[in-house]
Write a protein of this length. Structure first.
Length: 227
């Protein structure tokens, strides 16, 4: 007698999917986003710490060489070799932090969507949610606690890790530019002017990079559950 094969259920068959199963699936995705977000920010802090470590080591090395060489040609040559390495690490850190902010924006949007699904299953729970349950930009900012009664957005941006790393990079760029000007024989006044001018240009460049990253994220993001 031939064995009768049971028909294989298809994924589109939702007859056995209860609200409890749906909540479990959503919770799995929610925890996955939380875990990925935690890993992203752990990497961000590690990158920032690595940059500060490289900078600190370079400053100590420059101080030792300055004591030996009395800020002579040997010191300038050593600084011209060390500071570009510090700047390279700093720029790479800024780029990674910018990407991490974009990734974090997407993960927060995803968690807002999941909360929206939770409230579709149990709308009576809405008063108990501190974070938003829509995925438009204003709702995402509410989840970030950047608006309403949680403090101004400006202070949080200025105190953020990307801003602090960018500020250090601006100082490094200015010092490197002044050092190059001094190496080619410029006067002290010109050294200062060149250093300050290049530092200001670097600040504008880093600001443009941040604005470009934000604009790119806004341009490609589409809200599925806006207010």
């Amino acid at each position: 007698m031939n064995d009768q094969q049971m028909p294989t259920p298809t994924l589109s068959d939702r007859s056995g999917v209860t609200d409890a199963v749906r909540a479990q699936i959503l919770a799995t995705e929610h925890w996955s986003l939380l875990g990925t977000r935690s890993m992203t920010w752990n990497e961000v802090f590690s990158r920032a710490s690595m940059f500060v470590t490289v900078l600190s080591a370079a400053v100590v090395a420059l101080a030792l060489v300055a004591q030996i060489n009395a800020f002579g040609p040997g010191f300038r040559l050593f600084a011209l070799l060390v500071l570009p390495v510090v700047l390279l690490v700093g720029v790479a850190t800024i780029i990674r932090l910018s990407d991490a902010n974009t990734e974090d924006f997407g993960m927060v949007a995803g968690m807002n969507r999941i909360r929206h699904a939770y409230l579709e299953l149990a709308p009576e729970l809405a008063p108990y949610f501190m974070t938003a349950h829509n995925d438009d930009e204003a709702s995402i900012m509410q989840t970030y606690r950047l608006i309403h009664h949680f403090g101004p957005i400006g202070s949080r941006i200025l105190a953020g890790t990307p801003t602090l790393v960018a500020a250090i990079n601006v100082v490094v760029v200015g010092a490197l530019a002044a050092l190059v000007a001094d190496t080619v024989g410029a006067s002290d006044t010109i050294d200062i002017v060149v250093g300050v001018g290049v530092a200001l240009l670097a600040a504008v460049a880093f600001g443009a990079l941040a604005l470009s990253s934000i604009a790119n994220a806004r341009r490609h993001y589409v809200a599925r559950f806006p207010r």
